[in-house]
Design a protein around this ligand. Structure first.
Ligand SMILES: *Cc1c(COP(=O)(O)O)cnc(C)c1O
Length: 372
């Protein structure tokens, strides 16, 4: 088949082809199938709905995809590939759920781990030689530091090493970790692929058939199966994913540039700004600088909270990757107290740029006025 661009792949993959079938695989609520065909029981063999979603998610990354009940379920499956006593190396800035998972396994003696600065490429390369799992999150959440995935994957690695990326923040439009030499790319389809804040779903993609088979086996024995309705919605979301991601990234770049000159803002972190500490890696490695911006408000936690509460269009809510823009003060979340108290994470949606800017500008000015 012709090689198509990602926007085309997102629309064309995972569709029924037999005459008379609907263009979209339907919602097939099933646990049990008539024996003798290729499906017997849904936890083992899937439903047609989640298989269709896996076809789309896999096609986006040119790989085999295994869908899970959530992003964390996909991540836990990757960690469950490890033998007891495994050595894990992971970033000093990352999704808090992963930090909890690693701490839990460490407490129970399942593995040991070392944290590295996202941008300390030499250290990552060195650890690839001794680790069983190199777990990278890039750009990292919420500080948006970019790891040099090309150099890390090219480093000499131990015989048992699995190199995996949490690609949730970037999404496949912005970054294709498997093309950069990694073994597994994981994403919460809850975020960009779903794109509408109405489902939980995760997906792991790999080009190594033995890893895909083991991940599928882990899903089966742990029962971490995706919901049929959720995968229908995720497939629906994925059809417009590339358009949404491109539009939101364009708006994010504009907003980041404007925020950087706002009198109420002390620091903007966005990989697309030349001032960003890892902009040079981002510019080489990312296909898009993404849709997430973090910035520090001048003042204190109360000032930053005033911004969140003064916004009228942008929703005060966690998570990211949806059509609607959301913002939150990350240090207010239990476990995230180490972050700057005034750090806000903005997820840019597909609303109009000027409408979003007016909302931000007014809220920032209101916070300055309240503080003076
Ligand atoms: C949201 C998120 C996850 C977990 O996804 P869930 O679907 O909520 O389990 C993992 N990693 C990152 C970076 C995330 O943002």
């Amino acid at each position: 088949m012709a090689h198509h661009q990602m926007s085309t792949v997102a629309v064309s993959a995972g569709r029924p082809t037999e005459p008379g079938q609907p263009l979209n695989e339907g919602i097939v609520p099933a646990s049990n199938f008539v024996l003798g065909g290729d499906r017997a029981y849904a936890r083992d063999d899937g439903t047609p709905t989640w298989t269709a979603f896996e076809s789309i998610a896999g096609a986006l990354e040119g790989a085999e995809a295994v869908a899970f009940s959530s992003g964390m379920a996909a991540i836990a499956a990757v960690f469950n590939l490890l033998p007891t006593g495994a050595r894990i190396v992971w970033p000093d800035d990352c999704y808090q759920g992963v930090a909890g998972l690693i701490a839990d396994g460490e407490r129970s003696g399942r593995w040991t781990s070392t944290r590295l600065a996202v941008d300390d490429t030499d250290a990552w390369c060195e650890h690839a030689g001794i680790a069983d799992l190199v777990w990278v999150e890039s750009p990292s959440n919420p500080l948006l530091s970019v790891a040099d995935l090309v150099r890390i994957s090219a480093a000499p690695r131990s015989a048992t090493a699995i190199l995996a990326v949490d690609n949730t923040l970037a999404g496949p439009f912005a970054q294709l970790p498997l093309d950069l030499g990694f073994d597994i790319s994981v994403q919460a389809a809850t975020k960009h692929l779903g794109g509408h804040s109405d489902l939980l779903c995760g997906v792991a993609t790999t080009r190594r058939p033995e890893l895909a088979a083991r991940l599928r086996h882990l899903r089966e024995i742990h029962g971490a199966t995706p919901g049929t309705l959720e995968t229908f919605l995720a497939a629906r979301g994925a059809r417009t994913y590339v358009l949404r991601a491109a539009a939101a990234a364009q708006t994010a770049q504009q907003l980041a540039e404007r925020l950087a000159t706002h009198r109420a803002v002390s620091l903007v972190r966005y990989p697309g700004l030349p001032s960003h500490p890892t902009h040079h890696i981002a510019a080489q490695q990312l296909r898009s600088f993404g849709t997430i911006i973090t910035f520090d408000v001048i003042g204190d936690a109360a000032t930053a909270d005033t911004v969140c509460h003064s916004l009228r269009l942008i929703h005060h809510a966690t998570s990211f990757g949806a059509v609607e823009s959301t913002i939150e003060r990350r240090a207010a979340i239990p476990g995230q107290e180490h972050l700057p108290a005034t750090l806000l994470r903005l997820s840019v949606g597909i609303e109009d740029l000027e409408d979003l800017w007016s909302d931000l500008d007014e809220a920032l000015n209101a916070a300055v006025a309240a503080g003076s």
